[in-house]
Design a protein around this ligand. Structure first.
Ligand code: ADP
Ligand code: MG
Length: 348
């Protein structure tokens, strides 16, 4: 049946169009007219003997990380910014879409826009589209995360001026230079918040012979971690782990300068990618950046002092976008609402 446009408009009110940020660390879902309805870790727990059997997804699965018995395996299917496991990515996406949909009676199947890491291949992208269609999408659009983040951060991507976005996620850091709704240059490295957590684990192991888990390290990073020592309210944090010499549980205190030291190498790799991006920027766009500077998004941008350090190292103004963890999903939502205007910004 062909709908006349007033009816079409009426239907669109009930259509529950979705924007999804399929991040390496977190998946965020936004429903048109409702805002963010789901924000959960991109983690799946499966039965070790039968990896098709999904036991938990999201928050419940992340709680199991590092604590599973031998019979259960937890997995982050997008960990490195590429789809390491098609089936599990599919199960996870299906689960999240269903969760959002169960709560409402839809009159028409929704349109969906999905933000994916810019490193995914065409084959992986088709797989994501396929899952969304199976989950009931009427129309699926794919956008790369840096492009969505730039829109979400309110950058003027349609103008003939260069905008630089640095999205620091869990598994990857993506740096993109955008102008006229297109990406001039994009670089992705497999360094992000996870690498920071691992660096803290290694540091504590070397210095204190204490083995701590990655989730403990993540907490340390968020509480007192920094890229540059700035006035932190807290000076130390207590961590519990297993003493590698005696084998028993032990508690130590880690100071802010120690955690800062442990993160220096990872932070340096992030700054390196930004440098490479700047070196590859055409001169006309480069001169725009002197005024517009660099905008940061993603959870990793919240590491204390990172904005200041990047600014110091590049000589450019740096700002953290509002709601950095939701930049991608907010941007994707905006693109979906103004699809005609943003069509060129979608992944080809
Ligand atoms: P992705 O897009 O890859 O899913 P996110 O943008 O959701 O990643 O960011 C997740 C990363 O951000 C994690 O490594 C997390 O530890 C880190 N993170 C979140 N909040 C903070 C914070 N306040 N300080 C430092 N790192 C943070
Ligand atoms: Mg992201």
């Amino acid at each position: 049946m062909k709908l006349f446009s007033p009816a079409k408009r009426l239907f669109s009110i009930f259509s529950n169009d979705l924007a999804i940020d399929l991040g390496t660390a977190n998946t965020v879902v936004y429903v048109r007219g409702k805002g963010i309805v789901l924000n959960e870790p991109s983690v799946v727990a499966v039965r070790a003997s039968n990896q098709d059997e999904v036991l938990a997804v999201g928050i419940a699965a992340k709680e199991m990380l590092g604590k599973t018995p031998e019979s259960i395996v937890t997995c982050r299917p997008l960990r490195d910014g590429v789809i390491a496991n098609f089936e599990l990515t599919g199960s996870m996406l299906r689960y999240f879409i269903r969760r959002v949909h169960d709560n409402r009676r839809t009159l028409v199947s929704p349109r969906m826009i999905i933000g994916v890491p810019s490193g995914i291949t065409q084959v992986e992208r088709r797989a994501v589209e396929e899952v969304a269609k199976q989950a009931g999408a009427r129309e699926v659009h794919i956008i790369t995360e840096p492009m969505a983040a730039a829109v979400g951060a309110g950058l003027p991507i349609h103008e003939a001026a260069g905008s630089m976005i640095v999205d620091i996620g869990g598994g990857t850091t993506e740096v993109a230079l955008i102008t006229l709704k297109g990406v001039v240059f994009c670089r992705s490295v497999r360094v992000g918040g996870d690498e920071m957590d691992r660096a803290i684990v290694q540091y504590v192991k070397r210095k204190y012979n204490l083995l701590i888990g990655e989730r403990t390290a993540e907490r340390v990073k968020m509480e007192i971690g920094s890229a540059m020592l700035v006035d932190t309210t807290k000076e130390y944090v207590e961590v519990k782990g297993r003493d590698l010499v005696t084998g028993v549980p032990k508690t130590i205190c880690l100071t802010a300068p120690e955690v800062n030291e442990s993160l220096l190498e990872t932070v340096a790799s992030i700054i390196d990618v930004i440098r490479v991006a700047l070196e590859n920027t055409p001169p006309e766009l480069s001169s725009d950046l002197v005024d517009t500077g660099i905008v940061m998004a993603g959870g990793g941008s919240l590491l204390k002092g990172l904005d200041k350090l990047i600014s110091k190292e590049t000589g450019l103004p740096v700002r953290i976008a509002d709601d950095p963890l939701f930049c991608v999903v907010n941007g994707a939502g905006k693109v979906l609402e103004e699809l005609e205007f943003f069509r060129e910004a979608l992944m080809k």
